[in-house]
Write a protein that binds this ligand. Structure first.
Ligand code: PXP
Length: 253
């Protein structure tokens, strides 16, 4: 099933991991990513995204289960393909799971899934999640063969890794080339019947050009929003990202 855009603008999934990063830095009870999620929803976010990492460096299981109770939009759980994580997902039943590669020493998710090497696990996870009514998405590089492999495995959705685009800020033509790759990947994914999301390294300046790719129906954005929230507040930071995604300014409500 291919989702059409529900709104004039693509959906915004606000990733609240780094609210938890600040909490974990001091072992306090604040700031609470759950409270941030509530503000994000009130500001107009369409989805709340969290990455429960194996090392629990930011989001904790408690956060996932409280979010599962209180989120009124959609909860997107990003996780590695381990049996422990599958158990948590089947127990918590978020709206969707985004499968990501994970290395303990990395600062953040550094690449897309190696779909060829992990195809049997991907198929197993997608089937198990799908049978529990949880949409399964795979975080992948904008590579046409990788996208075809996802479609062949029966995965309904992908999230395109926008890291290379986001980091290609040195020269305009590098960024133009990466934008072109993302556009070709999104078009191909839709032609293969996949729903297309995108994320990683996106900020208020670089996200606008991506919105010219109509096949991308959802963005998951975290670090830039949390960083701006420190300066202007969470509500304002989310609204400004909604504006950045929207050709028509997002009205305060
Ligand atoms: N999408 C995925 C699959 C991710 O792993 C991450 C980082 O946790 C993001 C989106 C958000 O990236 P950023 O924090 O750079 O906006």
């Amino acid at each position: 099933m291919t989702l059409a855009r529900e709104h004039a603008r693509p959906a915004l999934g606000v990733n609240v991991d780094h609210v938890a990063t600040i909490r974990q830095a001091r072992g306090t009870r604040y700031p609470d990513p759950v409270a941030a999620a509530m503000v994000a929803e009130l500001a107009g976010a369409d989805q709340i995204t969290v990455h429960l990492r194996e090392d629990r460096r930011h989001i904790q299981e408690r956060d996932v289960s409280v979010l599962r109770e209180v989120v009124t939009t959609r909860l997107n759980l990003e996780m590695a393909m381990t049996d422990e994580m599958l158990g948590i997902a089947l127990d918590q039943r978020p709206s969707m799971v985004t499968l990501v590669p994970e290395r303990r020493e990395e600062r953040t998710t550094e690449g897309g899934l190696d779909v060829r090497k992990t195809s049997s696990s991907l198929e197993r996870f997608s089937e198990a999640l799908g049978s529990a009514g949880i949409t399964c998405s795979a975080f992948v590089a904008p590579d046409l063969q990788v996208i075809e492999a996802c479609a062949e495995l029966g995965i309904p959705m992908i999230e395109l890794h926008t890291g290379d685009y986001a980091h290609a800020t040195g020269r305009d033509d590098d960024q133009e080339r990466e934008l072109h790759r993302l556009r070709a990947a999104a078009e191909h994914a839709q032609a293969c019947g996949l729903t297309v999301a995108a994320g990683h390294g996106l900020d208020y300046r670089n996200v606008g050009a991506l919105t010219t790719i109509p096949q991308i129906v959802e963005y998951n954005i975290g670090h830039a929003i949390v960083a701006r929230a420190i300066m202007v507040g969470f509500d304002q930071a989310v609204r400004e990202m909604l504006d950045a995604l929207n050709p028509v300014p997002h009205r305060r409500h």
